[in-house]
Design a protein around this ligand. Structure first.
Ligand SMILES: Nc1ncnc2c1ncn2[C@@H]1O[C@H](COP(=O)(O)OP(=O)(O)O)[C@@H](O)[C@H]1O
Ligand SMILES: [Mg+2]
Length: 278
C-alpha cells in the first residue's frame, strides 16, 4: 500500500499560543518501501507519524492509503519507549492486534510464537517487561507490530533510548526481519547512519515548523549489514544528508536556546517537551 501525504499542516493550541508543528508536508511512500524521515528535534516528526497513524488530526492536508488492502490492520506503531503492558508477559503483549480482532486463541498463539522466534525472544515468552533489557523490550514492540499484520509499520525513533551497541545490533535485526516481511515501513529517526543503513529513501525535514526539504534515494546495495557502513555509496549518502541537515539543526538549536525567549511572532518559544529524549 502506498501512503500519499498532501499539504499536511498541524497547529497546536496551547496556553502560550499557537504552535505550528508542520507547515505543508508532501510525501509519497511507495509500496513495500523502507522510508526514512530525518530532521532536527522539534520539527514535527512525531506529529507526522501520529497523524499518519490516525492518533492526531491534521489542521490541514490529507493522508491517503492507496492500493489494494491485503490485511485487516492498516498501521502499527512502534514507539520510542516500547509501551508494553507491564502486567502482561511477553507472549501476552505480542498478540494485541489479533486479540483485538477476536481471532481464535490457537491462531494468535501461533502468530505470537512465529514473531517471537523471528526477533529471537522465544525463550522469554513467560517474562514480564520489567525483566527485559531496553533492547529486548523494543524487540517485543517490533514483534507486536508485526503480529498485528498491518499494511504499514510506523516507527518513531525505536532505538533512540538504547546504548550504541544494542542499537547496532537491533538495526541489523530489523534489516533481517524486513528482508523477510517486506512491509511498508516509515521510520523516524534523527540518526543519519541509522536512516542510511535501513532505508530505501529518506525525507530530510526542515527545522520547525517542518516541511520536507528533499527526498534522497539511498543507493546502497542490499542485503545490508554493519559492513555496509564502509561502502563508499554509504558514506556519500551520509554526507549528502548531513549537507542538507546541518543548516536545519543549527537553526533548531538556536531557536531552542534558552537565551532566546521570544520568537518573531512575539510568542514565547517552548522547548519541545513531547520527546524528552531528543
Ligand atoms: N500535543 C501537543 N501539544 C502542543 N504542542 C505539541 C504537541 N505535540 C507536539 N507539540 C509541539 O510540536 C512541535 C513538534 O513536535 P514533535 O512532533 O514531537 O517533533 P519531533 O518529533 O520532530 O521532535 C514541538 O514544538 C512540540 O513542542
Ligand atoms: Mg519525536
Amino acid at each position: 500500500m502506498r501512503v500519499v501525504i498532501h499539504g499536511l499542516t498541524k497547529e497546536f493550541m496551547t496556553g502560550q499560543g499557537k504552535i505550528r508543528a508542520l507547515a505543508g508536508v508532501n510525501l509519497e511512500v511507495r509500496e513495500r518501501e523502507f522510508f526514512g524521515v530525518i530532521g532536527p528535534t522539534g520539527c514535527g516528526k512525531t506529529t507526522l507519524l501520529h497523524i499518519i497513524a490516525g492518533l492526531e488530526k491534521p489542521t490541514k492536508g490529507t493522508v491517503e492509503f492507496v492500493g489494494e488492502k491485503r490485511t485487516e490492520a492498516m498501521v502499527s506503531m512502534v514507539f520510542q519507549d516500547a509501551a508494553l503492558m507491564p502486567w502482561r508477559t511477553v507472549e501476552r503483549n505480542v498478540p494485541l492486534g489479533p486479540e483485538f480482532r477476536k481471532q481464535p486463541v490457537p491462531v494468535y498463539k501461533r502468530v505470537t510464537q512465529f514473531f517471537l522466534e523471528m526477533v529471537r525472544l522465544l525463550d522469554f515468552s513467560g517474562a514480564h517487561p520489567a525483566e527485559l533489557s531496553g533492547g529486548m523490550k523494543q524487540k517485543v514492540a517490533i514483534a507486536r507490530a508485526l503480529a498485528n499484520d498491518p499494511e504499514v509499520i510506523l516507527m518513531d525513533e525505536p532505538f533512540a533510548n538504547l546504548d550504541a551497541q544494542t542499537r547496532l545490533l537491533l538495526r541489523e535485526e530489523l534489516l533481517r526481519i524486513w528482508e523477510k516481511e517486506r512491509k511498508t515501513v516509515i521510520l523516524v529517526t534523527h540518526n543519519i547512519e541509522e536512516a542510511v543503513m535501513l532505508c530505501d529513501r529518506i525525507a530530510v525535514m526542515s527545522a520547525a515548523p517542518g516541511v520536507v526539504k528533499s527526498v534522497i534515494s539511498v543507493d546502497v546495495r542490499r542485503p545490508r549489514s554493519f559492513k555496509s557502513m564502509s561502502d563508499p555509496d554509504f558514506i556519500r549518502c551520509l554526507e549528502k544528508i548531513w549537507d542538507l541537515l546541518r543548516f536545519e539543526v543549527d537553526k533548531a538549536m538556536k531557536e531552542n536556546h534558552p537565551s532566546r525567549v521570544e520568537n518573531p511572532e512575539g510568542q514565547q518559544r517552548r522547548k519541545p517537551y513531547f520527546d524528552w529524549w531528543d
